[in-house]
Write a protein that binds this ligand. Structure first.
Ligand code: M6R
Length: 608
């Protein structure tokens, strides 16, 4: 979703901002803009060319001189007001001397706008953001101090925001603030940078300051001062960034999804190696761990599916009752939580607002909270009592792949450790499970390289418009994830369904032309899956069966049978996810679609 990049004190700030906005494209956006302070003047350029907006912005800025050392840039993902240049950020005040960019939603924008209009302010967009630039304009009339004006504005706002402002009257600084939405600051000796998340500053600094909620940060060349709303200086935690910049580059690959599918063996190997060394990045006290008597996992989309697989391990190996919730729904039930409840927020970005708010809710209710994230220093890691970071490297494609697998292995490693700590998993069993996870990368390599079978399926079925993905047990999250992958990048209607639920309604939709992808995992659910496969076959569906290499029952049942790589039970769902990634990718490509930035979707979802 929206991205922020600010620079203070760097010759050629415009190019730094344009490069940074290019890096932020992966979050998902539809328009872009920049405001520069140059020679006492404020210069603004905006474009609204969908996912080409940053390139269009670069073209539009081609003739500008590069002398400005201060500027702010923004990628917008429309919420209030359609995609247009008028609605693109930055927004400026009535005097064209003050510019504001914003991520998040100002919930009381209607009331604020009405007040400001009554005072004579002229609005030029339909956005919620524009109220802030006019509020700041009013507040500046008090004392002309941009930092103090920002601090006075914050209590007037309801909602979530990361906001940054530049003013022609303050040519050497950016002033910014946040509530809920993330905002980070990085510095060199001579330059200060502002970013909407840690990856925005990747490659420029090796650590960031995390700005607290309802605090104001003033950036000048090489400096940043964080103050509370009363102007009192507050400490901001420093978080190191250990991403390799290379990982964000496409290299020899056609697109990021292909690259990230291919990186899965390494993502799992690196995560397992790191987390075997130290399970937690920020540890939990041993007595807190020993007392855990219930686990609640929360997440969204693919992270929710990873949590579903992890839940099985937590119950089987650690013998702790484990519940799971869609993060955005968690606050709407009165979950029974206590300090002995472990709430695990699962999120690759660590910024998804639904998951973040669920974690905050759990902490308020006294639970112990752990973040599973791929981004060091992400908001969730700061909100949690402890963190378990995956080491998958930056994931750029909107469709999550390598981070999902890494999330599962982290949860499985947690389950093994909890099982040992509680004395319910003996040392030999724990060692065997860990050894399985260490051999998983080699099995994943085979799965990842075995592209052809699903390519054939995709070429034959690319025009099918209705798909069902069926699974049972650990095969269910695989089916749900397969359906999500297919729908998000190929735009085919795809539904993931517990195979046993089919006869309670969805089977009414099964008819010739519908494709059913059945996930058969080894174990007791397989026999029931055969029956469900027979039911849909009898109703004329086209059948794609994903099944273990030695499952002979499925031969002859499916129109297509795709084999999974042999493994133990715990690895089986992970290995079965890979052919479904290949399927989604191949269908999307056969439909002529660009896969990395599917329509309407964002990589980092920072609105509720
Ligand atoms: O950053 P998160 O893992 O919290 O994101 C949650 C979902 O938005 C995400 O998993 C989404 O469903 C996937 N990108 C889909 O492939």
């Amino acid at each position: 979703m929206c991205g922020i990049l600010g620079v203070v004190g760097e010759p050629g700030a415009l190019d730094t901002i344009l490069d940074g906005l290019k890096r932020l494209e992966y979050r998902g956006y539809d328009s872009a803009g920049v405001a520069l302070l140059d020679g006492g003047a404020l210069l603004r350029v905006r474009t609204a060319d969908g996912t080409r907006s940053v390139d269009a912005l670069r073209d539009a800025c081609a003739g500008l001189n590069r002398s400005a050392t201060v500027g702010i840039g923004h990628t917008r993902w429309a919420t209030h007001g359609g995609v247009s240049v008028a609605n693109a950020h930055p927004h400026v005040d009535c005097g064209d001397g003050l510019a504001v960019i914003h991520n998040g939603i100002i919930e009381n924008h209607d009331l604020l706008r009405a007040d400001l209009v009554a005072k004579g302010h002229v609005f030029t967009s339909s956005t919620d953001t524009e109220v802030m630039v006019h509020l700041l304009e009013d507040e500046l009339k008090c004392d002309g101090d941009l930092r103090a004006a920002m601090a006075r504005m914050l209590p007037q706002l309801r909602g979530a925001f990361a906001v940054a402002a530049v003013s022609a009257a303050h040519p050497d600084r950016i002033v910014a603030a946040r509530r809920v939405s993330p905002l980070v600051v990085g510095m060199t000796d001579t330059v200060a940078y502002l970013g909407s998340d840690v990856p925005a500053l990747m490659g420029r600094v090796d650590s960031v300051l995390a700005v607290d909620e309802d605090c104001v940060v003033e950036l000048t060349p090489g400096h940043a001062v964080v103050t509370d709303v009363h102007g009192v200086v507050v400490d901001a935690p420093v978080v190191s960034i250990d991403f390799d910049v290379e990982v964000a580059d496409l290299g020899r690959y056609a697109d990021f999804m292909t690259k990230e599918i291919d990186e899965q063996p390494a993502a799992v190997a690196d995560t397992v190696a790191e987390r075997l060394e130290n399970l937690f990045d920020q540890p939990l006290d041993a007595d807190v761990v020993a007392a855990i008597d219930k686990i609640v996992l929360v997440g969204c989309g693919s992270s929710y599916h990873a949590a579903m697989v992890g839940r099985v391990a937590l119950e089987s190996w650690a013998k702790i009752p484990a519940e799971i919730d869609i993060a955005s729904e968690f606050r709407y039930r009165d979950a029974i939580l206590s300090p002995t409840t472990l709430v695990i927020g699962v999120s690759q970005s660590g910024e998804t607002i639904d998951t973040l708010e669920a974690m905050k809710h759990a902490r308020r209710k006294g639970a112990t909270v752990v973040a599973v994230s791929n981004i060091p220093g992400a908001s969730m890691t700061r909100e949690a009592n402890a963190s378990l970071l995956t080491k998958a490297g930056l994931e750029v494609s909107v469709a999550s792949t390598k981070t999902v697998l890494a999330q599962v292995v982290v949860l499985q490693l947690l389950a093994i450790s909890l099982g040992e700590a509680r004395g319910v998993l003996d040392a030999a069993a724990a060692t065997a499970l860990r050894a399985d996870l260490q051999t998983l990368p080699a099995a994943l390599r085979i799965a990842v390289d075995d592209v052809a079978p699903m390519k054939d399926v995709a070429n034959a079925l690319a025009t099918a418009s209705s798909w069902f993905f069926l699974g049972r047990g650990s095969g269910l999250p695989v089916a749900l994830e397969g359906a999500l992958k297919l729908k998000e990048i190929s735009y085919a209607r795809a539904e993931g369904c517990p195979a046993g639920e089919l006869k309670h309604g969805p089977i009414a939709l099964i008819e010739p032309g519908v494709v059913v992808v059945a996930i058969v995992l080894p174990g007791p659910s397989a026999e029931k899956m055969y029956s469900n496969i027979a039911e849909v076959k009898a109703r004329g569906a086209t059948l794609v069966i994903v099944a273990p290499h030695d499952d002979h029952v499925v031969e002859g049942l499916g129109d297509f049978v795709v084999r999974t790589v042999p493994s133990g039970d715990a690895a089986a769902p992970l290995l079965a996810m890979v052919p479904l990634q290949h399927l989604a990718y191949a269908v999307a490509r056969a439909r002529g679609l660009e896969v990395d930035r599917p329509r309407n979707l964002a990589k980092t979802v920072t609105v509720e």
